[in-house]
Design a protein around this ligand. Structure first.
Ligand code: ADP
Length: 429
């Protein structure tokens, strides 16, 4: 099949050849006419190539594409392709401009960074909120946002989580990095100062109210103990006993509320220490022995060599809460097993029991404050309803979270895992 370029070329050759043949026939100069045709043909091609080159380079605005034979078809196809590409480029440009205009209207700061952390573009809120200048495009983000928490977040490469940053002394931002297209990153920062302040007011209120309740409760508790010891009618025994127990319960709730407030108020942002978890668990085993009834069996399976970086007292309350829950929600005769071990994924703590078990719909809500599966049982076993909320917050400070699996009537496993970088393995002496 002949393409239209070849057809045009053949038409030109045949047309021109006729002229030369007519000239040769009229003059009898056959040899001269043939040589003339070849020279003319080659010369025309060289001239067309030059014209085509000048046109395609586009330096000379008067340059036009060749208009005959194969070259005219080639020029036509090239300009057609060029028009299509320009249209495509226009569309892409329009889309990218549209995207940039939309990102300018976002209330959050958006900064795009390449695989080597160089700033590619940013929106207006990024300049206003994060203090990045337009001239910073092309600089490394680490040189522009020098906040240590941000640098750790960027270096840590754990972009599943977000990072709270305090910039400009007082503004609080929630930063999230999202990876996209060949290791490029999108940094999105949202100003959460107002939300944070509201939460702070709530935290302060709970902490202050709990604190204020402490003193009257201590007085009440003291008088009740005194009244129990003083001679009184027997029919007062029961009410006094009941009131005494309730003040103990209120005291436990207040202590737990204060613990929660202090964890939330970041009061454990101090230097992390080396936490001797095996030693803590050894003591908890003794304490748990006093908590359990004689018919509970306790097994502790502890790797004595594993310690972690963290906060000792808060972690102690995590382990204690989980172990005491296992005891409190297990009937007599139940086996309770606590484990502390490490593997390639990290270091793990778990407590399994053969207790009541928890229906699946309750599991996601267990760490809510005062959430109880069985309110009466929780109260009679002395629960405050805040234990697992404390566990959740402490674990968050240790890059961990509570994992629960449970089967009704068979028992539950409560556990948590700590990342490898927190592990400190010491040789057993
Ligand atoms: P509480 O002080 O009421 O025990 P927690 O926050 O420690 O509060 O626990 C919340 C609820 O989770 C408990 O009221 C109980 O219903 C349930 N729960 C916790 N641990 C267990 C367990 N090991 N087995 C069954 N239910 C449990």
């Amino acid at each position: 099949m002949l393409t239209s370029g070849i057809k045009r070329e053949l038409t030109w050759i045949i047309g021109t050849l006729w002229l030369f043949l007519a000239f040769a026939w009229l003059t009898g100069w056959w040899y001269f006419a043939s040589a003339g045709f070849v020279v003319f043909y080659i010369g025309r091609h060289l001239w067309s190539i030059r014209k085509f080159e000048l046109w395609i380079q586009g330096h000379d605005i008067d340059a036009h594409p060749p208009t005959s034979g194969l070259w005219s078809e080639l020029s036509y196809q090239v300009s057609k392709k060029q028009r299509a590409l320009e249209k495509h480029a226009d569309l892409n440009f329009y889309k990218s401009e549209q995207f940039k205009a939309a990102s300018m209207l976002l209330p959050s700061a958006v900064v795009s960074i390449d695989q080597n952390n160089y700033i590619e573009w940013l929106n207006e809120p990024a300049m206003r909120m994060l203090g990045i200048l337009r001239q910073d495009v092309g600089r490394r983000i680490e040189a522009v946002i020098r906040n240590p928490d941000f640098l750790d977040y960027l270096k840590g490469q754990d972009f599943q989580r977000s990072q709270t940053l305090t910039l400009d002394q007082s503004r609080i931002f929630e930063c999230k990095i999202i990876e996209y297209f060949e290791n490029h990153k999108l940094l999105i920062a949202t100003d959460i100062t107002e939300l944070y302040q509201l939460a702070q007011i709530r935290r302060d209120f709970v902490a202050n109210a709990s604190h204020e309740l402490r003193t009257p409760l201590t007085v009440l508790h003291g008088y009740l103990e005194l009244m129990q010891e003083m001679p009184h009618d027997d029919h007062w025994n029961m009410p006094l006993e009941h009131m005494h127990n309730q003040t103990l319960r209120m005291r436990a709730i207040i202590e737990d509320l204060l613990t929660l407030s202090s964890i939330e108020a970041d009061s454990i942002t101090a230097e992390q220490e080396l936490v001797d978890v095996p030693e803590i668990l050894k003591h908890l085993k003794i304490e748990a022995g006093q908590l359990k009834s004689d018919r509970h069996s306790l097994y502790f399976d502890i790797d004595n060599a594993i310690r972690i970086k963290g906060f000792t007292e808060p972690l102690k309350s995590v382990f204690m809460n989980l172990i005491s829950n296992a005891i409190r929600y297990s009937p007599d005769g139940g086996k309770i097993r606590a484990r502390w071990y490490a593997d390639a994924q990290g270091v793990h703590f778990s407590v399994s029991d053969e207790g009541l078990g928890i229906a699946p719909e309750h599991i996601p809500r267990l760490t809510e404050r005062f959430y109880r599966v069985d309110k009466d049982r929780s109260r009679t076993t002395g629960g405050t309803g805040l234990g697992l909320a404390i566990v959740k917050h402490v674990l968050e400070k240790h890059e961990s979270h509570l994992e629960v699996s449970s089967v009704i009537g068979k028992g539950s496993v409560f556990g948590c895992s700590f990342p490898i970088h927190r592990i400190v393995i010491e040789d057993e002496e």
